[in-house]
Design a binder for this molecule. Structure first.
Ligand code: MG
Length: 245
């Protein structure tokens, strides 16, 4: 019986890819006007910075911290931190959040889960503050009972530590939690490895695999939990060529 549903945020409750593209365009425009860097130079500096930080920080929430990313970019180019580091951070996140829209069926699903008395949690890689800003903007925060970020857990998905913290906060057994996410390895296999039930959210469709239930629409979670058991075989699935892993 499913007592708690835990959601990933990015590319699950909203399209990060679409919002990130808009935020990147705003940053490119800032860099052109304020840093005198053209698109190609800025994009290459950003990529180099990101790669360096991935090696330096590793799989921790700080690797997603845009303040640190922009700080390193400016330092590496000998550019002043004032006022750019905070301005770039605002340009990026304010644009990304303003460009975010809830995934189809997200609000309907969380409202119905609440009505059924199912607890709703968040299990997300990223720093807490910006994730709360997203949930607030998307109108989803009022429905959330608990929240676990990789910043809080000290580890990123698929590390079992993050899922264990979710189960602890859910207040039920691991197998009574259903984790929903767009990343097969991090969300689905990570949750299953920690003893939770899991479902792979693939809005464009992806190849089904044994033991990896797939949904293309978040409202399908309601079918999976309406009797408290996962009814994998009754979920209508559509598959496109190629996975999203
Ligand atoms: Mg995700």
């Amino acid at each position: 019986m499913i007592k708690t549903v835990v959601f990933d945020i990015d590319n699950t409750l909203y399209s990060f890819d679409r919002a990130h593209a808009a935020a990147l365009e705003a940053l490119i425009s800032y860099a052109g006007q304020k840093l005198r860097m053209d698109r190609e130079t800025f994009m290459s500096a950003l990529k180099e910075t990101q790669q360096r930080l991935e090696e330096y920080i590793g799989d921790k929430a700080a690797v997603h911290n845009r303040t640190i990313r922009f700080q390193h970019l400016l330092e590496s180019r000998g550019l002043p931190l004032h006022p750019h580091v905070l301005e770039m951070d605002s340009v990026y996140w304010d644009t990304l959040i303003a460009s975010s829209v809830p995934s189809p069926g997200a609000l309907e699903t969380v409202r119905e889960l609440k009505k059924r008395g199912i607890r709703i949690g968040i299990g997300t890689d990223m720093t807490a503050r910006v994730q709360f800003r997203k949930l607030e903007f998307l109108g989803l925060l009022p429905y959330i009972d608990f929240f676990v970020s990789s910043e809080e857990a000290g580890a990123e998905k698929p590390d079992p530590a993050l899922f264990a913290r979710c189960v602890e906060k859910a207040g039920c057994e691991a197998q009574e939690c259903l984790f929903v996410g767009d990343n097969r390895k991090k969300d689905v296999l990570g949750a299953q490895n920690a003893g939770l039930k899991a479902v792979w959210y693939c809005p464009k469709g992806c190849h089904a695999e044994e033991n990896v239930p797939v949904i293309t629409d978040l409202t399908q979670i309601l079918q999976m939990t309406d009797t408290g058991v996962i009814k994998e075989t009754k979920i209508p699935l559509s598959f496109a060529d190629g996975g999203m892993d």
